[in-house]
Design a protein around this ligand. Structure first.
Ligand code: ADP
Ligand code: MG
Length: 454
């Protein structure tokens, strides 16, 4: 019988980077799945909620299947089920239960991506303060003497792809290795929101509080998503106070400083600002070169100096993109049978990323197409007005985005003026139902899809 626990562990270790899975979507949606059994080469996975099941099926299933293929398993498909559906696989689950039973309560280290360490992080002017503050926190988490008090909470902020999540995982990996007795919990805000919604709907708010309160180090990634979450902000405020008063460490990240997070309650904002605020800026040219070299070393890739320089010059504001370009160039060279990519290959590979690829649709395209179809403006479609026509256009655009793209619901909410993810679910389900009975809605959806294909 296959050791599905090991199989799942191996698949998880390589799924990040496949088809839109990043560190955050992994933590929110995939890490929470439990392998139950295998039936006819299909791996059956248990999701903690139906929302989790729907999202994995919609956005991450293909990536999981590809990861299972990459590790050389015989699995050709996955089925995600929830607790109530377990009886469908009763006998298979029984067969596999000897292997799956003993799951460690919380394997601290498994929360953290192994390659996101301090050693693999290139330090320069743009991230010096954030890096040193993070190391300090990792070495002496929550130490409440006067020297360190200023580091609690540590609030890291900066643009997309500049290393915030990498630093949180570095803190986590460091603590797991050096202070194994400490309980560290990392959560993207999206996961916190899902947990909170689940807790409310199943009347388990006390358990929710206990989970986040009962730790030595709490790290919350991307707290800008707490915007407008009044209920959750209140709960976070109390968790924060409890941890802080008990000398526990809190680390937060955001794409902007607390003062710029709209609708953040004042008392929470002042808590966030009460420790050390450290910003991470865009890397300069030398740092970008150093980052590429580091990545080459880690991945054992050989690239000529002129290509390194070209890549570093070409991409100046997002390290994730810089890494993506390097992988792309190496892949292009491989396709051409070159042992080491030359400048010409690099230019060709990168050209495809700077000119938007034909046929690749993003959320902006869908919103524009919906605006053109309904003859309304972008401000209207993402705005607050609830006239029947606008609301319908908005819901159709939301439906199309959920249907055509793999974007987390919370992020879609952000695209539509910071709407709640439950609003997004409502819009999606409403249009999905209307497609069957309302020919006008059906035509609009089909016409907009056709416009996007042109
Ligand atoms: P953010 O959370 O700020 O959006 P991430 O932490 O996800 O960004 O970083 C994006 C990618 O860039 C990751 O693969 C990360 O390892 C890499 N990266 C970011 N900053 C650095 C750095 N200073 N040195 C090396 N790699 C970095
Ligand atoms: Mg991040």
């Amino acid at each position: 019988m296959i050791d599905i626990k090991q199989l799942w562990k191996d698949a998880c270790s390589c799924v990040i980077g496949i088809k839109g899975v990043n560190a955050v979507s992994y933590s929110v949606w995939i890490d929470s799945l439990t392998p139950l059994c295998v039936k006819d080469n299909t791996l059956i996975l248990l999701a903690p909620s139906s929302n989790n099941k729907i999202t994995v099926n919609r956005s991450y299933k293909d990536a999981i299947v590809e990861a299972l293929t990459r590790i050389g398993s015989m699995i050709t498909d996955v089925t995600v089920i929830i607790e109530e559906e377990k009886n469908l696989y009763e006998s298979e689950i029984k067969e596999y239960s000897a292997i799956t039973q003993e799951k460690p309560a919380l394997d601290v280290k498994s929360q953290f991506i192994a390659r996101y360490t301090f050693d693999n992080f290139v330090v320069g002017d743009s991230n010096n303060l954030a890096y040193h503050a993070a190391i300090n926190v990792a070495q002496s988490p929550g130490v409440s003497n006067n020297t360190y008090l200023a580091f609690n909470p540590l609030f890291l902020y900066g643009g997309v792809g500049l290393g915030k999540t990498h630093l949180l995982h570095s803190i986590g990996n460091y603590i797991a290795d050096n202070h194994p007795d400490l309980k560290v919990l990392y959560t993207p805000t999206e996961k916190l929101i899902n947990d909170y919604v689940d807790a409310i709907s199943s009347n388990k708010i006390v358990a929710f509080r206990t989970k986040y309160r009962n730790v030595d180090v709490l790290m919350i990634d991307d707290v800008q998503f707490l915007q407008k979450r009044v209920g959750l902000q209140e709960v976070v405020f109390h968790i924060f106070n409890d941890l802080y008063q008990n000398g526990k460490q809190i680390v937060l990240t955001s794409d902007r400083p607390p003062a710029e997070i709209a609708t953040l309650e004042d008392r929470l904002r002042s808590r966030f600002e009460g420790g050390l605020l450290a910003d991470i800026g865009a890397p300069n040219l030398d740092m970008r070169i150093a980052i590429i070299r580091k990545k080459m070393l880690l991945e054992k890739i050989a690239v000529n100096d002129d290509v390194v320089y070209y890549l570093a010059e070409k991409c100046d504001s997002n390290i994730r993109e810089l890494e993506g370009n390097l992988s792309r160039v190496v892949f292009y060279a491989k396709l051409r049978g070159l042992p080491c990519p030359d400048l010409e290959t690099a230019k060709e590979a990168i050209q495809h990323t700077t000119v938007k690829q034909q046929g690749v649709i993003d959320s902006g395209d869908i919103i524009n197409a919906a605006c053109n179809y309904f003859k309304i403006t972008k401000a209207d479609i993402i705005g607050k007005k609830k006239t029947k026509d606008l609301a319908e256009a908005r819901m159709i655009a939301i439906y199309l985005i959920t249907d055509m793209l793999a974007i987390p619901l919370v992020s879609i909410g952000q695209l539509f003026g910071g709407r709640d993810h439950t609003t997004i679910i409502h819009a999606r389900d409403k249009i999905a139902a209307q497609l069957k009975e309302n020919p006008q809605v059906k035509r609009a959806v089909e016409d907009i899809k056709a416009m996007l294909k042109d």
